[in-house]
Design a binder for this molecule. Structure first.
Ligand SMILES: Nc1ncnc2c1ncn2[C@@H]1O[C@H](COP(=O)(O)OP(=O)(O)OP(=O)(O)O)[C@@H](O)[C@H]1O
Length: 194
């Protein structure tokens, strides 16, 4: 994988009338994993969306080299389509030919013909990971990636993150559930609360 990086300078976030955090300085290089921690409402999702370019920072800037992919509570897969077709829609745009292989990786190989709307919470989360694998992005932004996953799913996600970072990718994770990320840096958002 090509070298990638993502950094922030003096980042601040405002939501409504409240400034949630100020002065966030990040510096992540190829191979780095970062866990973002903090209580409900402190601004983890907001930070992830700023990093993804989906939300404008109140102050400061984000600089990224490499492609980005994000997982959050919205998998953006067509509920009416069978799983494989819903994934192939995005796979086609991403130039990915491994949709079926990545479904097998996430344990969804038997569900390719099932409409996405019929999938369980954990199966939908697994499908979101397939979609992300199909993207082949350098920088993964994972907001509560373990929600809905069973032990097997959690182990798969931990292994994928280790593989991704081991191969030179970057992963930023916000999770309330314990997640095994050896050597991950930690950003405690309470230290930046405004
Ligand atoms: N569009 C919005 N307008 C105003 N306030 C918002 C908006 N979106 C989120 N907020 C507020 O911003 C704060 C931070 O929300 P955010 O989702 O980033 O927190 P979080 O740390 O991810 O929380 P959780 O752990 O519960 O997922 C919350 O108080 C939330 O109500």
């Amino acid at each position: 994988m090509q070298d990638c990086s993502i950094s922030t300078t003096d980042l601040a976030c405002r939501r409504g009338d409240s400034v949630l955090f100020r002065g966030v300085e990040l510096e992540l290089q190829s191979g780095d994993a970062l866990q973002v921690t903090g209580t409900n409402g402190i601004g983890k999702t907001s930070l992830m969306r700023i990093l993804a370019g989906l939300l404008r920072p109140f102050d400061g800037a984000v600089s990224a080299k490499g492609t980005l992919a994000m997982i959050d509570e919205r998998p953006a897969l067509d509920p009416q389509l069978p799983l494989q077709k819903a994934l192939q829609f995005w796979g086609g745009l991403d130039g990915c030919n491994n949709v079926q292989q990545n479904c097998d990786v996430m344990g969804l190989g038997e569900l390719l013909d099932v409409p996405f709307r019929y999938l369980s919470t954990g199966q939908r989360k697994r499908a979101a990971f397939v979609r992300m694998l199909n993207q082949g992005a350098n920088i993964w932004l994972l907001d509560e990636p373990l929600n809905g996953l069973d032990g097997d799913g959690i182990a798969k996600v931990e292994a994928l993150i280790a593989l991704h970072c081991g191969g030179g990718g970057i992963c930023v994770v916000a999770s309330h559930q314990p997640i095994d990320l050896p050597d991950a840096k930690v950003l405690a958002l309470r230290d930046y609360a405004a």
